[in-house]
Design a protein around this ligand. Sequence first.
Ligand code: ADP
Ligand code: ASP
Ligand code: MG
Length: 413
Amino acid sequence: MALIVQKYGGTSVGSIERIKNVARRIVATKRRGNQVVAVLSAMAGETDRLLALAEELEDDSGHINEREMDVLVSTGEQVSIALMSMAIGTMGEKACSFLGHQVQILTDDAYTQARIEQIDPERINEALTNGYIVVIAGFQGIDRSGNITTLGRGGSDTSAVAVATALQADLCEIYTDVDGIYTTDPNICHQARKLSRISYDEMLELSSQGAKVLQIRSVEFAKKYGIPLHVRSSFSDDEGTVVCQEDELMEKAVVSGVAANKNEAKITIHGIPDQPGIASAIFSSIADQGIVVDMIIQNISEEGLTDLTFTVPENDYQRSLSIIGEICRKIGGKTVLGDDKIAKVSIVGIGMRTHANVASRMFSALARENINIMMISTSEIKVSCVIAEKYTELAVRVLHEEFQLDKDPECKE
Ligand code: ADP
Ligand code: ASP
Ligand code: MG
């Protein structure tokens, strides 16, 4: 008998019909002789709806009570797990739903972005031993003071991997609305090709550069504990993609994927004194507010003055602008400019470690389409460019074509 953790995303449980479809799959897995734990997202659109309600109550500086935000947005999953357990019950199997606090999904106290620290497998194991299918609310946990927390957008992926780790499950399957990990978002580029396997490291980069198919923390968790993830569709029985340790079965592509992220904004401070301590003053004031800065560029100084440009998540844009406006006055900077109509496009591949000219091919491909590059950053297995948001889809398609990602690497010229 195997213990299988299956995660179903919002689209997969987006209506009663779809909940019944998933319930049938879960029941079939149990009837093949397995123990099943299902981790669910809220029904499609529900988390967005709840967030929009809270947004109407934001104060002028964009602030909202984050503790209450988590109490609010965690309700979406309560609905889907209850409905799923009912649906499974109508099919003749016993099911029991649990919220995060009921199975002690213990997190830190960073509301809206909490990290899972520990899960107590006892109650889940007990229910499984008693023949129940266990249905757990994804995305939520509880901190050490008993407050409800949530794990950030897409957090149910991480809940599932953490539950699989705590239970030492034999298999962790992530069911979604596409049938695997593709060379790029198949909803943007129809030439995108499904990969049969992808390494944790490549998936980490794709997720962190905007491929929302897996939340980045779920991949970090899976990598840390060596749990292979099988990403597949809840609407078909096709084999999906296995995310696992790099091995010889993997494609030896220089570039294996393209990702895009429209949820960033860029801020430039002009004419700041080029002196020790200035960057520290700017970035600590941002970090103190829990805002995560991604790319940073500082220009060469002229006459003792320099410019600094950096990107922040779009959600934190207004807050960052007001913090930076204040710090700019304090340090005697000239002006602050912002732009939230930007996107970051990235190419990712472990083969880049050993190949030159990958970045230059990326820049030339964008230039041929007259797409201006505003910022660049690189790592060992990734190159990212910030461009105007309106060119995002075009850039993704152009890069996909440039690196011939629609073709099996064995067949490329
Ligand atoms: P779920 O609700 O099941 O968690 P998400 O919407 O969070 O699903 O993630 C699935 C979506 O991720 C797909 O519909 C697709 O548009 C997007 N996506 C982005 N990049 C990729 C990629 N490289 N491969 C597959 N899907 C991707
Ligand atoms: N419901 C949450 C969200 O929409 C978590 C998830 O679906 O993974 O982000
Ligand atoms: Mg998701």
